[in-house]
Design a protein around this ligand. Sequence first.
Ligand SMILES: [Zn+2]
Length: 144
Amino acid sequence: MLFRSLATDPNSRSRSVHDKRPYNVAVTLTLLHYLCVVGFLTSLVILSLNPKVDSVELLIGFVVATGVTWLIAYLKRRSARCPLCKGTPLLDTGASKHAKAYRLRPLNYGSTAVLGILFLHRFRCMYCGTPYDLLKKPSSQRYH
Ligand SMILES: [Zn+2]
């Protein structure tokens, strides 16, 4: 499993993230967007099985919700920056990826990082290859 390389990487210790808020906001909104996509697909099936006006309204509602949550999640993922390289680890750009960057196919690197934060509170920056642990306290907050 690819997540294993994140969970136990003997060669590099994961770093802490000082300001976790942008990451938590971006992951929460991206999760909301994924749920809207699931709702959209579900309403598509409902419409094909039950072609009525109510089904069309449900579909239109989910199309709008999916679009709006995508836009908000995109902006939040773009604002979550890597503390070291100032790249956007939750959003793929055209920039070249680090040798240690990884993704769960068919997802892209950014979506893999979102899932990593969601399930493991860890991610690896795809540009500089630095592993981060969101549960780890910054050194300035330790031993107090
Ligand atoms: Zn980075």
